[in-house]
Design a protein. Structure first.
Length: 276
């Protein structure tokens, strides 16, 4: 119990802030509690924009140095320890932070736990207002566990799909370890979400949809590194590129004047008469 209080006490201020934000969206804006969670998620992602910008810059830096990193991996492929040391040295020299792509995800975990505490209080002391989402036939109660109604399984399936799509959109700039971790994470996380309130699943589905949209925009802003173009003599020159000068022609040697040659006179040796 004491350990539980020690772990959760730092989250109490975050829990109070989330409760006030949800009360404002519900009471002042007029949203239902479920849509208030969606609005809260969007607000959290807007506050994480500075981390997102840092993440994009880190991804661009990784993409720019990807060929050099592959050369290091290829050079030390038989010595994994040396390969890791050389990569870390390369990261320091070029100011690359491979973990920067995970910062927005890690920053949301305190919010996730604090929102869980808020929804747990909702289940113990139900607030006034509608606790359903998209009609009572779909999600009758956002404080109920995800495995208590068929809609919870539908939302969990949407969560897994959106998480995998967002991972694939960012996988081009991740190393193999990060890519595997983010691909396995939703599958493992589902086992925990089954016993969590549906409101938390709504939170993660909303944040994943935000991440997918962010990934699509990032892909358009981040061109893939192009390999150097192989030019041949038949390849036409690009625009504004001067045409290569033709190689100098060899100097023409004037043809020698035809001089009539006289036939050689064959001198016949006179046979000496043998003296008798």
């Amino acid at each position: 119990m004491i350990l539980h209080l020690i772990l959760l006490s730092p989250l109490t201020p975050i829990e109070d802030i989330l409760r006030h934000v949800l009360d404002w969206f519900h009471g002042s804006v007029g949203l239902t509690w479920a849509w208030s969670i969606v609005a809260l998620t969007v607000t959290v992602r807007l506050l994480l924009v500075p981390l997102t910008v840092k993440q994009i810059h880190s991804m661009q830096n990784l993409q720019r140095h990807a060929p050099e990193m592959k050369e290091i991996q290829k050079k030390y492929r038989t010595d994994k320890k040396r390969q890791q040391e050389e990569l870390m040295k390369f990261y320091r020299e070029n100011q690359i932070n491979p973990a920067a792509s995970c910062l927005p995800l890690l920053a949301q975990f305190p919010v996730f736990i604090a929102l869980y505490l808020v929804l747990r209080q909702f289940s113990k002391h139900p607030p006034g207002g509608d606790l359903s989402w998209l009609g009572k036939d779909f999600v009758p109660d956002i404080t109920a566990h995800a495995n208590a109604h068929w809609s919870g399984y539908v939302l969990l399936a949407v969560y897994v799909v959106t998480q995998l799509v967002s991972t694939m959109l960012m996988s081009s700039t991740m190393d193999k370890t990060q890519r595997i971790m983010l691909m396995v994470l939703p599958v493992v996380f589902v086992t925990f979400l089954l016993n969590f309130p549906v409101g938390l699943v709504i939170y993660w589905v909303t944040t994943n949809l935000w991440t997918v949209g962010q990934g699509l925009i990032t892909r358009r802003l981040m061109p893939k590194p192009q390999a150097p173009e192989r030019r041949s003599s038949r390849t036409p020159p690009k625009e504004n590129e001067p045409e290569p000068e033709p190689p100098p022609k060899p100097a023409e040697v004037p043809a020698a004047a035809a001089v009539p040659t006289e036939p050689r006179r064959v001198r016949r040796k006179k046979k000496r008469k043998a003296r008798r």
